[in-house]
Each structure stands twice: as structure tokens, then as C-alpha cells.
Design a protein around this ligand. Structure first.
Ligand SMILES: Cc1cn([C@H]2C[C@H](O)[C@@H](COP(=O)(O)OP(=O)(O)O[C@H]3O[C@H](C)C(=O)[C@H](O)[C@H]3O)O2)c(=O)[nH]c1=O
Length: 185
């Protein structure tokens, strides 16, 4: 159900699915179940849902700086994505290191991305949807972006042409990024 990753603090979570002749039921998030499994997540205050029409859509690498930094619990409701977290906590032993994993409707896997990490994803199928819980509200004045292709992430895009927003096309390279996050926070 809960798997550690090479980035301390980032976890993969796969809630059980109860199948029957109609399909399945799953508690996609249950604070008590996670607490009993040893994972205490901060409170969530906002749910987001985005749909990307084409495979190869890249959203990220994004963050919100303090005082509205966000932890995110990400899942894929339709299709599949390659979801990535990058450690950007000054002083962290894994600073600049990334972890990526496939989240899909099929595998039901989720990724917990704590405060202090960049988050981004690439869609692997058309009309892929992500649904994610955030630990702080949207604060455009705190919104930041780092170029998706400037961290050395091994995106599984194959020959897909990346589709980016204007904001993401104009994002700064990681080498110029000054993180607002500290490891001991
Ligand atoms: C994030 C956000 C956006 N918006 C509005 C602002 C724009 O008018 C529109 C699209 O925003 P944006 O292009 O920033 O959306 P994404 O590129 O999907 O950004 C998100 O994608 C990456 C992967 C993330 O982890 C963040 O949650 C977030 O940065 O939605 C809102 O109204 N509320 C929000 O919380």
C-alpha cells in the first residue's frame, strides 16, 4: 500500500480496490488508513483536477513558494501519466534528485509530493486526467516553474512531441533556480 522512494519523504501509495461484477470500489484517500500504516499527511484544503487532450502534454515543473507552499497527493483518474517529484530543499542530501513513476487508471497508484519538491508530469495517453489533493490553496503570486527538461529527468516520451503551456515554455532552467525551501523546515 505505501512504498518509500529514493527521495526521503516522497511515497507511492496504492489503495486497495474492492472488485465485484460491477467493477471496483476504492477509498482513494483515508487519513486514518494512512496514519495506521505509518504515514501522517498534512491536512488537505484543495482538490485539483486537470485533463490533457494529447499524449505528450507536459505540465511542470511547478511549485508554490512559502507562505503558500503545497504538498500534493496525486492520482490518475483516466489514462496514464509519468509523474515526477524533484527535491529542491536547500541542504538536502538528495537536492536536485528526481523520482518518477507511472500513475494510471489501471494501476491506481498515487504519489505523495511534499512541500519542498517540484512537481510535474507528462501524459502517456490521450485524454489523461489527474486528480490531486493540495495542502494549501492556489496562490498565483507564489506560483513558480522550472523548465521540465533542465533537471535531467528521463521522461518516457518516446517520439512524442512535448506540448507545453506558455508559462512552462518560458520557465527558467534548473541551473538558474533559487529555491525558497530549506531542508530543515
Ligand atoms: C494550479 C491552479 C491553476 N488555476 C488556474 C490558472 C489558469 O487559469 C488555469 C491553468 O493553470 P496552470 O496552467 O498553472 O495549470 P497547470 O499547468 O496544470 O499547473 C499545475 O500543474 C502542476 C503539475 C502542478 O503540480 C500544479 O498544481 C499546477 O502548477 O487554472 C486555478 O484556478 N487554481 C489552481 O490551483
Amino acid at each position: 500500500m505505501i512504498e518509500a522512494t529514493p527521495l526521503p519523504g516522497v511515497f507511492q501509495i496504492t489503495p486497495p480496490r474492492h472488485g465485484d461484477a460491477r467493477g471496483f470500489f476504492s477509498e482513494s484517500w483515508n487519513a486514518k488508513t494512512l496514519r495506521n500504516a505509518g504515514l501522517e499527511l498534512p491536512a488537505f484544503v484543495q482538490d485539483n483536477h486537470s485533463m490533457s487532450v494529447d499524449a505528450g502534454t507536459v505540465r511542470g515543473l511547478h511549485y508554490q513558494s512559502p507562505p503558500h507552499a503545497q504538498g500534493k497527493l496525486v492520482r490518475c483518474g483516466r489514462g496514464s501519466i509519468f509523474d515526477v517529484a524533484v527535491d529542491v530543499r536547500k541542504g538536502s542530501p538528495t537536492y536536485g534528485k528526481w523520482f518518477g513513476t507511472e500513475l494510471s487508471y489501471e494501476n491506481g497508484r498515487q504519489l505523495w509530493v511534499p512541500v519542498g519538491f517540484l512537481h510535474g508530469f507528462a501524459t502517456l495517453e490521450p485524454e489523461s486526467e489527474i486528480i490531486y489533493k493540495c495542502t494549501d490553496h492556489y496562490a498565483p503570486e507564489c506560483d513558480g516553474a522550472v523548465r521540465w527538461d533542465s533537471v535531467g529527468i528521463d521522461w518516457p516520451m518516446g517520439d512524442l512531441e512535448p506540448i507545453l503551456s506558455e508559462k512552462d515554455r518560458a520557465a527558467i532552467p534548473f541551473a538558474e533556480f533559487e529555491t525558497p525551501f530549506n531542508y530543515e523546515d
